[in-house]
Design a protein around this ligand. Structure first.
Ligand code: ITT
Length: 192
């Protein structure tokens, strides 16, 4: 079964293929020749995931899903949250985002954080949401070269390595996106 994953983030696509790629063939908007900048202007992860999936559904009328993920830092009242991609600037620069976060947490003892992913699926016009989260803490310096985004400064609870020091398979087992995507995969399989 073909399903469209409404993302322009190749790291996410690789992660999703590693999780549900055995059972479903994931196609991106770009692979379908759609180069539109899909809007992401809502105030919640749910709202953004839904608006991205809805955009694709309106454009193609084919089964599709989108995810929106945010890093929520307890001492910062849940920031950067829904603004994780553009925390430091509009350029979505991961290195600058991490630098800003480390600076904001300078001298703060409570470094608790969580990644939260919301996936919105639309099949036959019907919407279903799935969620996953990963608890951990923000390190004082980046470490590791795997993953993407904030992975080098995120230490999952119970681990001594950052997400960027884990293999992609290890990250997928515990990650926010891994959890949400496995729920999506189980749901899709139940429809076959
Ligand atoms: P699409 O909207 O095209 O899917 P995006 O990069 O904008 O891609 P999100 O809005 O979901 O993706 O994610 C916001 C940011 O959160 C993203 O740019 C990363 O900096 C960060 N992020 C998301 N998932 C992450 C993960 O698994 N590990 C580390 N950082 C992550």
């Amino acid at each position: 079964m073909d399903i469209i994953f409404a993302t322009s983030n190749s790291h996410k696509l690789n992660e999703a293929r590693g999780i549900i790629g055995d059972s479903f063939s994931l196609v991106t908007p770009l692979e379908l020749g759609i180069t539109d900048d899909i809007p992401e202007e809502e105030e919640t992860l749910e709202g953004n995931a839904l608006s991205k999936a809805q955009y694709l559904w309106n454009r193609c009328g084919r089964g599709c899903f989108a995810d929106d993920t945010g890093l929520e830092v307890e001492a910062l009242g849940g920031a950067p949250g829904v603004r994780s991609a553009r925390y430091a600037s509009d350029e979505c620069d991961s290195r600058r985002n991490m630098q800003k976060l480390i600076k904001e947490l300078n001298g703060i003892q409570n470094r608790k954080a969580r990644f939260r992913t919301v996936v919105a699926l639309i099949i036959d016009g019907k919407v279903t949401l799935f969620e996953g989260e990963l608890n951990g803490s923000i390190t004082e310096t980046p470490s590791g070269s795997g993953g993407f985004g904030y992975d080098p400064i995120f230490l999952p609870d119970g681990y001594t390595k950052t997400l960027a020091e884990l293999t992609s398979a290890e990250k997928n087992i515990i990650s926010h996106r891994g959890i949400a995507m496995r729920k999506l995969s189980d749901f899709l399989k139940s429809m076959l």
